[in-house]
Design a protein around this ligand. Structure first.
Ligand code: BEZ
Length: 274
């Protein structure tokens, strides 16, 4: 499977060369939406509310918000994922979380397992703030400081060994609770909670497939013929730390889960940093 995923990549790494194929995503990463239940509970959607789902993927989690009776608009940067989400009846649109054009029109913005892919954090937070009505809430969960550290270090090292700057190819932003809270406040949010916690995550498939799906930005820098060896090398490098005796992979995921409000005049900030 990893070989199939690798075969479709472009030769030159660009900021946007992470591709999402709904079938591969379903096979390799279904746990992402399955594990979104707690973030959804924090969102606590109500019937009739207008909610923006930022980075809806194939819309599995979005459907759960719709089922409550909320009116949901869902955005994703991947046209393939948007098509999959529309197939589930979701009002999904192709869009960039860093250039939102909504104005004071949503009761809540929700995002699960997406924001670590976007380096322009200030553009995202400015857009989310504009999007919300006064007093509206922003609930997000994504990779936090230390997330997938074992894999990340192995990826960077593999690229460095091949003469690239592995760090420069790293597409991810994994902030701590205090750092992200400061950024939220700088954009006019009142932070209700910001919790950083370990969530070791068992892969449903093989590490090779996970690397091929999520590590595209690193491997796309290599010639096509060099990619399978590099993916296998990273897999071997993380084996001792992440593979269990029964052969399953347990990846060192760390989550940052936040809830913040678009401040009303006179709102009082209360902050809990984990
Ligand atoms: C995450 O959900 O934390 C994640 C998944 C793949 C790559 C990077 C982060």
């Amino acid at each position: 499977m990893a070989a199939e995923i690798l075969a479709g990549w472009e030769m030159v790494a660009t900021e946007s060369n992470q591709r999402w194929n709904p079938d591969e995503y379903d096979r390799t990463a279904r746990f992402v939406s399955d594990l979104g239940a707690d973030a959804l509970a924090l969102l606590d959607p109500s019937p009739g509310e207008r909610i923006l789902d930022l980075g809806c993927g194939d819309g599995v989690l979005t459907e759960r918000i719709i089922r409550v009776g909320a009116r949901v608009v869902a955005l994703d940067s991947s046209a393939e994922q948007v098509t999959a989400a529309r197939g589930r009846g979701v009002d999904a649109r192709v869009g960039d979380a860093a250039s939102l054009e909504f104005q004071n029109e949503f009761d809540a913005v929700f995002s699960n397992a997406v924001l670590h892919w976007i380096r322009d954090v200030d553009a995202v937070l400015a857009g989310v703030h504009r999007t919300l009505r006064s007093g509206g809430r922003f609930v997000a969960e994504f990779g936090g400081a230390g997330n997938i550290e074992t894999v990340r270090l192995a990826l960077v090292a593999a690229l460095n060994r091949r003469g690239f700057d592995g760090q420069a190819l790293d597409p991810w932003y994994f902030p701590g609770a205090a750092e992200y809270s400061d950024r939220l406040e700088a954009h006019g949010f009142v932070v209700e909670s910001a919790e950083l916690f370990d969530r070791p995550t068992r892969l449903t498939g093989d590490m090779l497939d996970w690397l091929a799906l999520f590590g595209q930005r690193f491997f796309a820098a290599l010639n096509e013929g060099d990619r399978p060896t590099a993916v296998a090398e990273v897999c071997d490098a993380v084996r001792a730390g992440l593979q269990r005796a029964d052969g399953t992979w347990m990846v060192d995921y760390v989550r940052l889960r936040v809830k913040a409000l678009k401040a009303d005049d006179g709102a009082i900030a209360t902050k809990h940093h984990a």
